[in-house]
Every structure is written in structure tokens, then in C-alpha cells.
Design a protein around this ligand. Structure first.
Ligand code: FAD
Length: 419
């Protein structure tokens, strides 16, 4: 076999050097490796630009410590990568395989170029095509998927390269963030957070992860979104907590759904749920956290303030929009996609469709009452008071249903809906 002189490792949603199968294999296979990231102006960075820039800076630092660099280019990913291949004499491109329609189209274009193109695992724990049910091309229901996923043997973690030899190239600039993200990005930061979380918080996860005010979840989702941490490493290290590993399995579940149904962000996965209502005023009130329903407003304002929202709040606000108000799930999902630091096609649109009853939920008609949910998961109103300051001094007895208060609450909107 001819040993390639130079291989390009094309980074995308895998911005790390630890447990990175494509990078690991390139270092085994070639004399020199070109780590490359292409900023595609056709993909709007949305609220994630600052976080992405920090992830890239961190990756660059790690690669420099190993004798290489991160090459950054701007333009169409395939065209720019092929230009880099021509300039460096690379004869192969290695990348982590991804599931979205856009990613697979890109992979198809690379496959038609006159260059060796290979994809590797790394974005999910189990690659989406690895598990197939007895009938059909993918799992439509989570529980059998979880069973099969838990029973197969996962790939071993790969070693981090100690040194990386790279040809002389002009590295290119990482655009400076216009606004600092709410969370610092990068692999170093996630490793720091992960160590703290595994040591101090994981034990409260099973009982506390639905508590809105408690902050018992890991908040690792933006780092998983950009691949600053390997989901496989996370699952292996936190293996003691079945509940947490199960959540990571949801991520793999939606990845395999998206792989099989790439139009998940536009079309109903399960059609026939009837007509949606359009009402700009109501949609704006929901987006701005001004519905007059406290737990919904708290969730929506957390999203605006932090680029993140607690999972229980996501369920409540999504159910409220789609099931209670009968507004199209695409309206809500697109807004989430715009603002979430962890916004990604499979998880975002998969979850939205699940809640709206057009997705993988086996009980598509279930509806969450925001009042009952708030009384259960924010009993003392701590979460609501944190994000809705107008309600700070409202007694807990009426906090969840301010429309029952003896007089209107100054500065807080009257509800667009009453439970
Ligand atoms: P933890 O509870 O600590 O869970 C650990 C990891 O497991 C998460 O980081 C995430 O990667 C994965 N995970 C947990 N729950 C789910 C789930 N239901 N589906 C898929 N993966 C899960 N998650 C995203 O990463 N990106 C999104 O764009 C996104 N949009 C959502 C939209 C709606 C309407 C809903 C209901 C959920 C959405 N989720 C999304 C799933 C979930 O809310 C977040 O992953 C979770 O809140 C992230 O916080 P955490 O890291 O503290 O989670």
C-alpha cells in the first residue's frame, strides 16, 4: 500500500484532539497532517459565533503544542479543502462522519472529487448506521434503541497524538468573537467543567435533573454540539450513572433518526397532525418571554440571557407553543436554533417534533400543563423569580398563576392563555 505523504483532517463538529478517530488515524497513516477548519459563510453562525471562535482558538493552541497548527480558511468547504489539498500535496481527506442533510451532501461532493475521502466515528457514541432494527432502516422508538445501543460493544477510545508533523502553510485567521459567549468555549474548558461535574454533581443527577432551579444537569450540551468533548469518553467516564448515559443515548437516537430522515428540520416526521395556527403577536410574546405564563416566560428569558435553557423548561415552552397554542413547531424550533449555544439539527428538531406530536413520541397527544409542571418542578418559584424579576415579590401561592392574584401585577403582562 502506498503511504500517503500528506492527509488533511477536516474539522467540523469535532473540535478536540482527545478521542478523535480521524485525527488519530491520519497521524498513523501519513507522514504529515494538515488540520483544517473551513468557515462557510453560507452557514450563518447565529448565536454560536463567539463560542465557535473560542473553540477554534483552543483547538489551535492544542495543535500548536503538538508542533502543528489549525489552518483556517473561509468559503465553500469542498472548494477550499480541495485548494488546500492542491497547495499541500495532500492525497486524502479524513473527517468525522455527520448526519445532517447538509453534512451528507458535503460528504457526497468530496466522494466525487479526485482524492481519497474517508469518514470516521466520533460525533456520536454509536455511529448512526451501526444499529438497525429487525424491520425498517432505523429505530423509531427510543426504548428498543436504548436496549440495542446498551448491549452492543462500543469502539475503544483512541489515543491523543503526542506530536503532529505538518507542512509549512499560512494558518489563516480565526474571526474574533463580536460578543463573548455566556459560556467559554473549547476543549480545555469542558475538561475543567467535566471534572468538577463528575466529582460534585453527578450523584444528584438521577433525582435532581428535572428540578428547574437546582442546576443539577451537566450543561455540557454546547461542548457536545461542537465536539469539544467526545460523547464516548463522557459515557465511559460517567458509566456509574445510568440516568446520565441514557440522556447521551437520546442524542444518538436523534442522530440516527436524522440520518434516516434528513428533512427533520422542515417536514413532519409523522404527518397528519392537522393544521397549525399563525399568529404573529402570540409568537412574538412567546419568543420574548412575555406570555404572562410565568414558567414559560422564565424559560424563554433564560434562553435570551444565556443561550441555553433547562431541559424541563424546553419541554414546557415547546408543549405550550405547539399543543396549547397550536403554533407550528417550526416557528419554535427555528427560534431555538437561532439562540441556543447547543442548537443542532438532530437534537433540536427531533425534540421539537417529539413534543409537537409529529415526531417519535409514542403518545403524540400528551400535553403538559405549564401550571402543573411549574408547581411540580419549581415548587418554590425560585427559577421563575430568577428570570422574571417583575414577579420577584409575588407570594408563591399565586406565583404560578398570577391571574388569580387579587390585583394585576405591575409591569407583568396579562396572560395570553389561562390554565
Ligand atoms: P444533561 O441532562 O446533563 O444531559 C447530558 C447530555 O445528554 C446533553 O448535553 C445532551 O447532549 C444529551 N441530552 C440530554 N437530553 C437530551 C434530549 N432530550 N435529546 C437529545 N440529547 C439529549 N439538546 C441539544 O443538545 N441541542 C438542541 O438544540 C436541543 N434542543 C431541544 C429542544 C427541545 C424542544 C427540547 C425539549 C430539548 C432539546 N434538547 C437539545 C435536549 C436537551 O434539552 C438538552 O440536551 C439539555 O437540556 C442540555 O443540557 P445539559 O447538557 O445540562 O443536559
Amino acid at each position: 500500500m502506498v503511504v500517503p505523504e500528506v492527509i488533511i483532517v477536516l474539522f467540523n463538529r469535532d473540535l478536540r484532539i482527545t478521542d478523535h478517530p480521524a485525527l488519530h488515524q491520519a497521524c498513523q497513516d501519513a507522514r504529515q497532517v494538515v488540520p483544517l477548519f473551513v468557515i462557510d459563510p453560507a452557514i450563518p453562525p447565529r448565536g454560536r459565533a463567539g463560542f465557535l471562535a473560542e473553540c477554534l482558538e483552543d483547538l489551535r493552541r492544542s495543535l500548536r503544542e503538538r508542533g502543528a497548527d489549525l489552518m483556517v480558511r473561509r468559503g465553500d468547504v469542498v472548494e477550499e479543502t480541495m485548494k488546500v489539498a492542491a497547495a499541500t500535496g495532500a492525497t486524502a481527506i479524513y473527517a468525522s462522519g455527520d448526519v445532517t442533510a447538509r453534512a451528507r451532501k458535503r460528504e457526497g461532493r468530496f466522494a466525487r472529487e479526485n482524492i481519497g475521502f474517508q469518514t470516521f466515528p466520533g460525533i456520536t457514541i454509536v455511529p448512526p448506521a451501526q444499529l438497525r432494527p429487525a424491520t425498517g432502516d432505523h429505530y423509531r422508538v427510543f426504548t428498543p434503541f436504548y436496549r440495542a445501543w446498551s448491549e452492543i460493544r462500543w469502539r475503544p477510545l483512541v489515543e491523543t497524538p503526542e506530536t503532529i508533523s505538518m507542512p509549512e502553510v499560512r494558518p489563516g485567521d480565526i474571526p474574533p468573537p463580536r460578543r463573548r459567549p455566556h459560556l467559554p468555549g473549547g476543549e480545555r474548558e469542558v475538561r475543567r467543567r467535566l471534572d468538577l461535574w463528575l466529582r460534585h454533581c453527578l450523584r444528584d443527577y438521577a433525582d435532581g435533573h428535572d428540578d428547574l432551579a437546582g442546576d443539577h444537569t451537566s450543561r455540557l450540551s454546547p461542548y457536545l454540539r461542537f465536539g469539544c468533548v467526545s460523547p464516548l469518553e463522557l459515557a465511559t467516564r460517567s458509566g456509574a450513572s445510568e440516568e446520565f448515559v441514557r440522556q447521551l443515548c437520546w442524542r444518538d437516537f436523534y442522530a440516527q433518526v436524522t440520518f434516516a430522515f434528513p428533512r427533520i428540520n422542515r417536514d413532519d416526521y409523522r404527518p397528519g397532525r392537522g393544521e397549525w395556527r399563525h399568529d404573529k403577536e402570540v409568537e412574538d410574546a412567546w419568543r420574548e418571554g412575555m406570555t404572562g405564563v410565568p414558567v414559560v416566560d422564565a424559560g424563554m428569558r433564560q434562553l435570551i440571557a444565556e443561550g441555553w435553557m433547562h431541559n424541563r423548561a424546553r419541554l414546557i415552552v415547546a408543549s405550550f407553543l405547539t399543543k396549547t397554542l397550536r403554533i407550528d413547531w417550526r416557528v419554535g424550533a427555528d427560534h431555538f436554533e437561532e439562540l441556543l449555544l447547543d442548537g443542532d439539527v438532530a437534537n433540536n428538531y427531533g425534540n421539537w417534533q417529539w413534543v409537537a406530536g409529529t415526531g417519535n413520541d409514542t403518545r403524540p397527544y400528551r400535553m403538559l400543563s405549564p401550571v402543573r409542571q411549574a408547581k411540580k418542578f419549581d415548587k418554590d418559584g425560585e427559577y421563575i423569580r430568577r428570570y422574571v424579576p417583575e414577579l420577584e415579590n409575588v407570594p408563591t401561592a399565586t406565583l404560578h398563576e398570577p391571574w388569580r392574584a387579587p390585583s394585576p401585577i405591575l409591569g407583568y403582562p396579562s396572560p395570553i392563555w389561562r390554565g
